[in-house]
Ligand binder design. Structure first.
Ligand SMILES: NC(=O)C1=CN([C@@H]2O[C@H](COP(=O)(O)OP(=O)(O)OC[C@H]3O[C@@H](n4cnc5c(N)ncnc54)[C@H](OP(=O)(O)O)[C@@H]3O)[C@@H](O)[C@H]2O)C=CC1
Ligand SMILES: O=C(O)C1=NCCCC1
Length: 318
């Protein structure tokens, strides 16, 4: 008889996910994804149902990694206008790949937030100048926080510039980050001389211009995950070396790529596999829209640790 699925909360996810371990695991998974069939990753482009009447979207993201024996599906709702609820709500359904039974339902908000920052950190590790000192965050929500944490695994920053639509959000984040943080009054002010720029906003028209970006900077372009949404102007996309998480997904969802008609030089997985160069001395952009396999790997780590802890608790009760 199959067991009732476990429910694993966001709090538990935050406790159980070790960021360095996740970085290694996501780096390997992105490499496997870009190997095609040989990599053993099966991940179709997500299905997105627009809920136009309420300005929201529902995404369904299944994925399987045969080398990790991990199978999961994330259901994610994103409602940019939500005020009392988070703009993203998500659940990851973790299944046993050997027989299809449901092992766990895991909070997907924390997984989405943590794994997206870590995926950008993987790209930044390969594509940014190793002597990067100034980080600019455009947007000051959930992803801005997870990106600051993830990018801080790679180096410490002398200055973290923050711009957001509402100054109070930027101020709140700056207080959390501490003395290296500086609240800026415009995107231009935030990115001047920045080595790493991370756009994590809900902008739907370009907010970052080529003329403001220091040559050789690295940009993680994380927002604008619909084909008609953009954060970066066309000239910036066309004049930089553009990398992406998935060509298939970005060609359907990334307005920054689709509308600028820029070339995509490589998937980040191709860089990880040594098939394409990391041109970090040039201005580089990592455009991501998010991949199911990142959720699958995160869920696997969480589930295994959760089960290990349960076993220990039952063997050695307090
Ligand atoms: N690539 C990927 O894998 C993923 C991408 N995303 C995307 O990342 C983005 C950020 O998500 P998340 O942090 O969770 O969302 P949040 O709602 O938590 O935060 C969004 C932030 O962006 C700010 N913002 C909104 N519009 C603008 C604008 N025009 N200019 C500047 N700042 C703006 C908000 O402003 P305010 O100051 O008013 O609060 C807020 O600080 C979204 O586009 C989301 O869909 C999310 C998950 C995965
Ligand atoms: O990968 C994800 O999860 C998401 N990507 C784009 C916006 C919604 C969530």
């Amino acid at each position: 008889m199959s067991q009732a699925p476990k429910y694993i909360s966001g709090e538990e996810v935050e406790k159980l996910l070790d960021l360095k371990e996740l970085l290694n695991s996501i780096e390997t998974a992105l490499g496997n994804y870009s190997k095609g069939k040989d990599g053993g990753v099966v991940q179709p482009v997500r299905l997105v149902v627009p809920i136009e009447k309420h300005h929201g979207h529902l995404g369904v993201m299944p994925g399987y990694s045969s080398s990790d024996e991990a199978l999961a599906t994330k259901i994610v709702a994103f409602y940019p206008e939500n005020k009392d609820l988070p703009t993203h709500q998500a659940w990851v359904l973790m299944q046993d790949p050997t027989n299809g039974s449901l092992n766990a339902i895991i909070d997907g908000v924390s997984i989405t937030s943590i794994r997206t920052g870590i995926a950008s950190a993987v790209a930044t590790k390969h594509l940014a100048n190793p002597n990067s000192r100034i980080l600019a965050l455009i947007g000051a929500g959930v992803q801005a926080r997870s990106h600051f944490k993830a990018l801080s695994l790679l180096q410490s920053f002398d200055e973290v510039r923050i711009f957001s639509r509402t100054r109070a959000s930027a101020q709140k984040l700056a207080k959390e980050i501490g003395k290296t943080a500086k609240v800026c009054s415009s995107v231009e002010e935030a990115v001047e001389d920045a080595d790493i720029i991370t756009t994590v906003s809900f902008a739907t028209t370009p907010i970052l211009k080529a003329e403001w970006v220091k040559p050789g900077a690295h940009i993680n372009a994380v927002g604008a995950c619909r084909p008609d949404w953009r954060e970066l102007e066309s000239r910036l996309m066309q004049e930089s070396v553009v990398y992406c998480d998935s060509r298939d997904a970005c060609s359907q969802e990334a307005g920054d790529i689709i509308l600028s008609e820029c070339d995509v030089f490589a998937e980040i997985g191709e860089v990880i596999n040594g098939e394409k160069q990391a041109l970090w001395e040039k201005t580089t952009i990592f455009k991501s829209v998010g991949m199911a396999i990142e959720d699958v790997l995160s869920a696997k780590i969480v589930y295994e640790k959760y089960m290990h802890q349960l076993k220990q608790d039952s063997e050695y009760p307090a």
